[in-house]
Design a protein around this ligand. Structure first.
Ligand SMILES: Cc1cc2nc3c(=O)[nH]c(=O)nc-3n(C[C@H](O)[C@H](O)[C@H](O)COP(=O)(O)OP(=O)(O)OC[C@H]3O[C@@H](n4cnc5c(N)ncnc54)[C@H](O)[C@@H]3O)c2cc1C
Length: 375
């Protein structure tokens, strides 16, 4: 649901033209609890909380660190070590430390924009104060707000804004500056967020970056999830991609008779291009959500995509390829999706798309079907 400047909403833009294709908000603590329960049911898994790795020797699968805030230390050497310790990974630092021997490449690309989480509280009796079955966007060209519904009636609101710009987080220091900015840009939100100023000042401003690195493996160690490929959150795929990593490694293990070292090689060789692709797609989608969702050509393109998805089971838009086509790798989704987007945007800028006939739609479908993918 797009909220236009000056108040009011324009329309609900569906995620797909097909029934049953939508994304769901899920509780992160709820998902963590579910995964922990599943892991603890497994007889060969021991879970140790608060063991903070400070050093990883990725050649010998060894980790050293301390337990919580105590002086207790640990020193474990495993048959293998899989580092899934997130975007700021210590295990990845272990790869950097032997960088020259494995020619380890690493890049961290920060966005100029950061984010701050705010909240629309629940209404009376846990009711939702705005449409609950939608991801809400307030696009404002160089910045935006999104809001995602929670089961308790509240919404998690996120402001994405440049750190040092006009407007920028640097200029929102005093109560007046914060309120003036929101009153000017998001007056409808101000009415829904009684704790806006306090939340704004209390909640941290997060930075957003893309980590690309490689190789992700030595003979005995492997990086997975954000530790290997942190992406900006604009496709909502970071966690999905990390979970898909696990599936892919599992397939690789099957393929090489559970030989970890060979599985790591096979996994890295197959997975790297897809991790790079979703990283690029996520940055591209940031600009699309921020700059284009209220652009007439974009809206016309989206309307055609919906019709195509409704009428042609063989068609999937870029968003659909990434989000709903599990069997399409991110790298293919990126190449095919971008080529389709380019073709459709050109079409929308030249043609009157208001009243497309079935024949027009058929022609568009076949033109898009001709697009070749090299990946
Ligand atoms: C603002 C924002 C919004 C997002 N929205 C979405 C979304 O809508 N959908 C989606 O799919 N993804 C989203 N993501 C991305 C998602 O959060 C990550 O991709 C996902 O959590 C990665 O999982 P992970 O297990 O690899 O790393 P993490 O979830 O970061 O887990 C790493 C774990 O390692 C632990 N750890 C860290 N350092 C150490 C250490 N030294 N020793 C021991 N343990 C350590 C941490 O405590 C943590 O438990 C979002 C991210 C951000 C920042």
């Amino acid at each position: 649901m797009v909220h236009i400047k000056g108040g009011g909403t324009t329309m609900l833009l569906p995620y797909s033209g097909r029934e049953g294709e939508y994304i769901q908000s899920i509780s992160r603590p709820g998902l963590n609890a579910l995964l922990l329960d599943a892991a603890s049911d497994h007889p060969s898994i021991d879970i140790h909380f608060n063991y903070g790795v400070q050093y990883a020797d990725v050649k010998s699968a060894r980790v050293i660190g301390t337990v919580g805030n105590t002086k207790e230390t640990f020193d474990f050497t495993g048959d293998v070590l899989i580092g899934t310790d997130g975007a700021g990974s210590e295990v990845r630092n272990g790869f950097s430390q032997i960088g020259s021997t494995i020619r380890f490449n690493y890049s961290l690309q920060w966005l100029d924009h950061g984010y701050k989480e705010l909240e629309i509280p629940a209404g009376p009796n846990g009711s939702w104060l705005i449409e609950k079955n939608a991801l809400h966007i307030w696009p404002r060209q160089s910045f935006m707000v999104i809001a995602l519904p929670n089961l308790d009636g509240s919404f998690t609101v996120t402001l994405f804004l440049a750190f040092d710009s006009t407007p920028g987080f640097n200029q929102l220091q005093t109560d007046k500056e914060i309120l003036d900015f929101f009153n000017d840009q998001f007056p409808d939100l101000v009415a829904l967020m009684p704790d806006l100023v306090q939340d704004f000042k209390m909640h941290p401003t997060g930075a957003l970056g893309t980590v690309k690195c490689g190789p992700w493996n030595t003979e005995k160690s492997l990086l997975m999830g954000d530790a290997a490929h942190a992406v900006v959150p604009f496709y909502g795929q970071g966690m999905n991609c990390s979970m898909e990593d696990v599936l892919k490694l599992d397939y690789c293990l099957d393929e090489v008779n559970e030989n970890w070292s060979k599985a790591f090689d096979l996994y890295y060789a197959g997975r790297k291009k897809d991790a790079d692709a979703i990283a690029d797609l996520a940055v591209e989608n940031y600009y699309e959500m921020r700059d284009h969702v209220d652009n007439p050509d974009f809206i016309a393109k989206r309307a055609i995509e919906m019709k195509l998805e409704k009428n042609f089971p063989g068609y999937a838009s870029k968003y659909n390829l990434v989000t709903f086509c599990e069997d399409v790798p991110y790298s293919v989704a990126k190449e095919k999706g971008n080529k389709q987007d380019k073709w459709l945007l050109e079409y929308c800028s030249k043609e009157n798309t208001a009243n497309l006939s079935d024949e027009d739609l058929n022609k568009i479908y076949h033109a898009l079907k001709e697009i070749k993918v090299n990946t």
